[in-house]
Design a protein around this ligand. Structure first.
Ligand SMILES: Cc1ncc(COP(=O)(O)O)c(C=O)c1O
Length: 424
């Protein structure tokens, strides 16, 4: 009996994402029976005949009217498509509940290509705060050079505040995108994806073009939050973080409806940001364990957040499970997420105290990035958010005493002991 390697059901039973991550989209019969997909180290692919070459080019360049997906055509050239990328794109799309996906050579390549594909001079982007420092710099320092203006949302959890910002944005130009990062880096604050989708509809009715809702889903997806299932048009990832999960690769992805992803794929082919076969192979390996890793790290994180919140030297801990009961953050968390993930930040008052804690930690490593198996800390104000102007940084809560912590999968007792001695 032949098997369908894109089957998501056993009869009426929907297979779980954890199961699909082990085989979806890869047919061993195409690779000598190899249980794991080979790394396809080739820059280009032979066409079976000239007519097929013409047809494949129609698909990868977006001209085909009949192709359902990129794999409907054929393999052409590794800047456009290759088997290792297709496997990861299809698996990520299944997990996110999205129709299509595109992988990139970094999270920033995914974000910048998605924004450039869907915005034009004169457009306005509304965005939640805080954002990862790189995205913040792209928005505030680069996009204006291409005639795209950006406007921060005062409160991405409140309908009245978002409506007021939407009105102000419409006065500036066509609103092309509402961009949310939820949870945010480094404050782990939540923005309301469903609310943004409602506001996008209202803007669409008023200006005759519905803006896309794009969500940076790096911190919780695909395990604890599907941005697409919550109403986003685009779910963007730094795969460098939890999906890669071992701090050994840099990658990104854009997932969503085919009609939204196709222009991004087309621009990716021109800007040249497709991900290489080796990194794609590593990502497919990592997707097999992403639910296990994120689950274990999240369990550890709840215990560490509780420990830090009770510590006399810690002024504040920012983590979704500690949100004020009945408040907007707790409400959004309950509706939008199935877990809190393992990225948090905590405040020890000032830079001197923060540096002292960072320098004393022994198990937890001092490095930027997050989402790996090992726990990492950093000082956002002087590293990942140092490119954000000081006044803005303080206004969004990235203080001098703030430490960002990405909790890994070590034994939690060892991590607790490390924080106990570092804070002593
Ligand atoms: C939330 C978030 N989005 C995007 C990025 C950028 O990802 P990359 O470093 O893979 O380009 C990062 C990196 O830290 C991030 O934390």
């Amino acid at each position: 009996m032949s098997k369908d390697y894109r089957e998501t059901h056993l009869g009426k039973h929907r297979l779980h994402d954890e199961t699909l991550m082990l085989g979806y989209g890869y047919d061993p019969a195409l690779s000598e029976g190899s249980v794991k997909q080979p790394v396809f180290l080739t820059s280009t692919f032979c066409f079976p005949n000239a007519e097929a070459g013409r047809e494949f080019f129609d698909v990868v360049s977006g001209r085909s009217k009949t192709a359902r997906n990129d794999a409907d055509g054929g393999l052409v050239y590794s800047r456009f498509n290759h088997p290792n990328a297709q496997i990861v794109e299809e698996r990520l799309a299944v997990f996110e509940k999205a129709e299509a996906g595109a992988v990139f050579s970094s999270g920033m390549a995914a974000i910048s290509t998605a924004v450039l594909a869907h915005c034009a001079p004169g457009d306005v982007i509304l965005f939640s705060q805080p954002l990862y420092g790189g995205t913040d710099s792209l928005f505030r320092k680069v996009l204006s050079r291409f005639g795209v203006s950006v406007m921060p949302l005062k409160d991405a959890t409140d309908a009245a505040a978002m409506r007021a910002d939407a009105d102000a944005a419409r006065a500036k130009g066509r609103v092309a995108m509402i961009f949310l990062e939820t949870p945010s880096n480094p404050l782990a604050s939540l923005a309301d994806i469903g609310l943004a989708a409602d506001i996008a509809k209202e803007i669409g009715a008023a200006q005759g073009h519905r803006p896309l809702v794009a969500v940076d889903n790096t911190l919780l997806g695909p395990v604890f939050q599907s941005a697409v299932a919550n109403g986003a048009d685009l779910s963007l990832y730094s795969l460098t973080k939890y999906v890669g999960g071992h701090s050994d690769l840099v990658a990104g992805a854009a997932l969503g409806a085919r009609a939204v992803v196709t222009p991004i794929r087309m621009l990716r082919a021109l800007l040249g940001g497709n991900l290489d076969p080796n990194s794609c192979w590593m990502l497919a390996r990592s997707l097999e364990t992403v639910a296990l890793r994120m689950g274990k790290a999240a369990e550890n994180a709840v215990k560490i957040a509780d420990f830090l919140a009770a510590h006399p030297k810690v002024k504040a801990v920012h983590f979704p499970t500690l949100a004020k009961p009945g408040g907007a953050q707790a409400r959004i968390f309950a509706r939008q997420c199935t877990g809190a993930g393992s990225l948090m930040s905590f405040d020890v008052g000032d830079r001197v105290s923060a540096f002292r804690v960072l320098d004393r930690l022994k198990i937890v490593k001092l490095a930027v990035s997050l989402g790996g198996t090992e726990s990492l800390v950093c000082h956002p104000a002087t590293t990942v958010h140092s490119g954000v102007a000081e006044a803005e940084r303080l206004a969004i809560g990235v203080t001098e005493g703030l430490i960002r912590l990405s909790v890994g999968i070590e034994h939690v007792d060892d991590l607790l002991e490390d924080f106990r001695q570092a804070l002593a």
